[in-house]
Design a protein around this ligand. Structure first.
Ligand code: SAM
Length: 297
């Protein structure tokens, strides 16, 4: 983590199993006082003061350690071996939202693999298919997943759009974290033409639509590290109107108690900003409301 924000580390596969979103939400509904833990009703981690001798366990994501920005653990062996992952808190949300359900899972756009490894650690008894289109990035993904010691990940170096949904009847959850402008990370240094944004937005819509074609998928989580509406709420709006989505999936309120929400009328989505001590980030959760007709027959 590069900016002035606090570094967040997320534990890997062979450390404690994390709690799922439901369990955490329940716990956060009542305020507790515990000297070792910060528990805030708002679920925003208000880090009082971090110095080189303190770190915090994040109240929303117990396996997330919040460290002072002055500590550089990049050369620490746990980080080098991908047993711990340096990842911004906001980036931990999509796998967290997908955890706690049965069935197989897909990470549609996986490399370099931070969210794949987190998801595999959260759901150690579930198979996670990890798709990556780019060969070089696919190689990196394979290396990192191997180092993390995750044994439940099956990597497919191929275009997710070329996958056949019917070949994955056991898949119940899909994570779509596609290429985006990165405007939530790069801040003012970010430069994208409007034309490029619109191309990204069209691609994001296409890949999200493909994920919503999987016959038994119950939850699809869409995320970007962009702050642009075109890549976030606009993609959600267009996708909800697609013929195979309308009336079949609805938006589910993600991370119930998180304060910063999507732009109206998409308050069921989550937005994160630097004011939350995170990068700019967006998350939407689609939930199936109508059973697959093939299954009903
Ligand atoms: N989720 C990753 C993580 O947390 O480490 C970051 C994903 S990055 C934003 C998007 C990735 O999707 C890139 O590696 C890109 O090569 C890949 N990608 C883009 N189009 C794809 C497609 N059609 N199928 C599979 N992967 C794709």
């Amino acid at each position: 983590n590069t900016s002035q924000q606090n570094t967040t580390l997320q534990t890997g596969q062979n450390l404690n199993k994390e709690k799922n979103e439901k369990e955490i939400s329940k716990e956060n509904s009542t305020e507790k006082s515990n000297s070792n833990q910060i528990v805030s009703k708002s679920m925003i981690c208000n880090v009082p003061e971090v110095n080189t001798k303190t770190f915090y366990r994040d109240p929303m994501i117990p396996s997330l350690l919040v460290l002072p920005p002055t500590i550089d653990l990049h050369s620490h062996y746990l980080v080098k071996q991908f047993l711990m992952i340096a990842q911004n808190k906001a980036s931990c949300f999509p796998p967290l939202i997908l955890s706690g359900m049965d069935g197989e899972l897909i990470d549609a756009t996986s490399a370099p693999g931070n969210k794949t490894i987190q998801l595999a650690g959260l759901c150690p008894n579930q198979k996670v298919y990890a798709f990556e289109k780019d060969f070089k990035r696919g190689k990196l993904l394979k290396q990192r997943v191997k180092q993390s010691k995750a044994t439940n990940v099956e990597i497919r170096v191929m275009d997710f759009l070329a996958s056949n949904p019917k070949e994955f009847p056991k898949v119940s959850g899909i994570l779509v974290d596609p290429s985006c402008s990165g405007s939530g990370v790069h801040g003012k240094k970010w430069e994208f033409t409007e034309e490029r944004i619109m191309r990204l937005s069209a691609f994001q819509h296409k890949i999200l639509c493909h994920a919503l074609k999987f016959p038994n998928v119950k939850k699809v989580v869409y995320s970007t590290c962009s702050i642009r509406k075109e890549e976030n709420e606009d993609v959600v709006a267009k996708t909800l109107e697609a013929s195979h989505v309308k009336g079949v999936f609805k938006l589910k309120r993600a991370l119930k108690n998180w304060k910063r929400r999507g732009i109206e009328p998409y308050q069921k989505c989550v937005r994160c900003s630097h004011d939350d001590l995170t990068i700019g980030f967006f998350v939407a959760c689609f939930e199936r409301i109508q059973q697959n007709l093939d299954q009903v027959k």
